[in-house]
Design a protein around this ligand. Structure first.
Ligand code: ATR
Length: 267
């Protein structure tokens, strides 16, 4: 039986085993998918042991996405752009790295009926999560991206790292005067239960607000959006399931249907 795992620290909360088991059932595949807790300083050794035991591929989560990127022998363009790897496959002992986070976000937006062509996008935050979604968003046909971050220099660096043919700007909080079609919260503020000090003028009732975080409770960012009358509000659960479907395809060459699995997880 082909063997896969999600590796992270902590890992107990990961929903990946459930999601991948559902994909395998859907496709009639017989796979084993487990959780692997690696010591903070023992990522590579844990992966090597998994490979020796016959492991075929892995999902990589916090805090190992960047170390996985550094270690790979081969990288997809999405992993290169994100400078992080969330899906690994092993081919004759070689580590092949991919990043499906941004692909998952775009797939979820499309599945939710959000029109992407020509829209203006605001990304809040300029950390690893923002870096991971930039290339797929830019390739999706959106008009342009403004990046706003508490530490402005990081937004400048990130905007400068994108290919020159795309419209990406770093904007400071005080420059946030226009409204956006899509506002994405990539900061970890929601995890801390904190609301960001952004002006309400960035949203209009027709805007879409997307929090990359998900939880059983409404996130502070989505609560803020609801209070401003935004009806199109999403958390990161859809992105989680869609990014997993892309990882499954990366490993096994066939893409499962994410929507039916997402409905089950929501209920
Ligand atoms: P991740 O990989 O989850 O993106 P990260 O790389 O540490 O984690 O980035 C966290 C992001 O959330 C950063 O953009 C950070 O802003 P700074 O660059 O100024 O640190 C942002 N962030 C975290 N807590 C925040 C808060 N309370 N208010 C505003 N931004 C916050």
């Amino acid at each position: 039986m082909d063997s896969y795992a999600v590796i992270g620290n902590p890992i107990g909360h990961s929903q990946s085993p459930q999601i991948h088991a559902a994909f395998a059932r859907q496709l009639g595949h017989s796979i084993d998918y487990s959780r692997l807790l690696a010591p903070i300083d023992g990522f590579e050794a844990s992966v090597e042991r998994f490979i020796e035991a016959g492991g075929r591929g892995m999902s990589v989560t916090v805090p190992f996405k960047e170390i996985a990127y550094e270690r790979c022998n081969q990288l997809s363009s999405y992993a290169q752009s994100a400078q992080a790897v969330n899906a690994l496959k092993f081919e004759q002992g070689r580590w092949v790295g991919h990043n499906t986070d941004g692909l998952g976000l775009v797939a979820d937006l499309i599945a939710q009926g959000i029109k992407l062509s020509g829209i203006n996008v605001l990304i809040l935050g300029a950390g690893g999560a923002a870096k991971g979604i930039l290339l797929p968003l830019l390739e999706s046909g959106i008009g342009g991206i403004d990046i706003c971050n508490r530490t402005h220099d990081k937004a400048v660096q990130l905007s400068n790292s994108t290919p020159p043919n795309y419209l990406v700007r770093a904007v400071s909080m005080t420059e946030l005067t226009e409204s956006y079609d899509l506002i994405i919260n990539s900061t970890s503020a929601s995890l801390q239960g904190i609301n960001l000090p952004i002006p309400s003028s960035v949203v209009s009732p027709s805007s879409c607000c997307y929090d990359l975080m998900y939880s059983s409770e409404e996130t502070p960012f989505n609560q803020w959006a609801r209070e401003l009358g935004v009806t199109k509000r999403f958390d990161g659960l859809g992105m989680l399931v869609h990014q997993a479907a892309f990882a499954y395809e990366f490993w096994r060459g066939v893409k499962p249907d994410a929507l039916s699995v997402m409905e089950k997880l929501r209920s």
